[in-house]
Design a protein around this ligand. Structure first.
Ligand code: PGA
Length: 251
């Protein structure tokens, strides 16, 4: 198995002062851990100051969104180069909240993933179905329809760097995580899609995450599954204690 990757997505929470406080607590508690890739995704406003704080630390930074164009008249948007300049390493693209509330389509997500990768950063590509699709048992088809336009738009030479997060919408923020075998069913299917798209060497290197109500109680059993290489954590990443407990359960 690859080194596990745990990303804390803070979403639209915390002022800069609050973010610094949380980051300092996490840094202190996790400073000796080298068996887990630890990442936090604060709001844009806190990234630069946390970047200075985390200089040489074992915690990397992610952004929660980005624009696909390099520069120009896109009021309110932020480019990959701007994020790269402040040492962001990962960028979450296509989170279901962006798809739902900000009309982000697969086409847009595909452009974002390509731009992130082309600039040497790592896109964390999110996919996942809602409860209706799950109950209709169309979730594998749904995942395929979300993922293929994105994968087909990527440069195969760079593709092994990407991260894919399966986040069923019904599990996000609900306290009802997917069962291990259900998450594994989807992620082993994602692995198959990757093997059909890229060489198996590339496909097998790509890290696959599960997200949706991950906590210190369920993370260890999720990671037992062969295609779950880590987690995208929302609510439980908002307090140092619960985030540190997750990392402790993983290490
Ligand atoms: P949650 O969020 O852990 O609060 O369910 C996960 C996510 O949206 O990435």
């Amino acid at each position: 198995m690859q080194k596990p990757l745990i990303i804390g997505n803070w979403k639209m929470n915390y002022t800069t002062v609050e973010a610094i406080g949380l980051c300092k607590n996490i840094m202190e508690e996790l400073k000796d851990i080298d068996t887990v890739d630890i990442v936090v995704a604060p709001p844009f406003t806190s990234i630069e100051i946390l970047s200075a704080l985390l200089n040489h630390a074992n915690i990397s930074l992610a952004a929660q969104n980005v624009h696909f164009e390099a520069q120009g008249a896109y009021t309110g948007e932020i480019s990959v180069a701007m994020l790269k300049h402040i040492d962001v390493k990962y960028i979450i693209v296509g989170h279901s909240e962006r798809r739902t509330y900000f009309a982000e389509t697969n086409e847009i997500v595909a452009k974002k993933a390509k731009a992130v990768l082309a600039n040497g950063l790592i896109p964390v590509i999110c996919v996942g179905e809602n409860m209706v699709v799950r109950e209709e048992k169309k979730y594998l088809e749904h995942i395929k329809n979300q993922l293929l336009p994105i994968l087909n738009n990527l440069d195969e030479n760079l593709a092994e760097e990407i991260v894919i997060a399966y986040e069923p919408i019904w599990a996000i923020g609900t306290g009802k995580s997917a069962k291990e075998k259900d998450a594994e069913e989807v992620l082993s299917y994602v692995r198959k899609l990757l093997q059909n798209t890229f060489s198996s060497d590339v496909a097998n290197k790509i890290r696959l995450l599960y997200g949706g109500s991950v906590n210190a109680q369920n993370i260890a059993s999720l990671l037992q599954e062969s295609n779950i290489d880590g987690a995208l954590v929302g609510g439980a990443s908002l307090a140092a204690k619960s985030f540190v407990e997750i990392i402790d359960a993983v290490k």
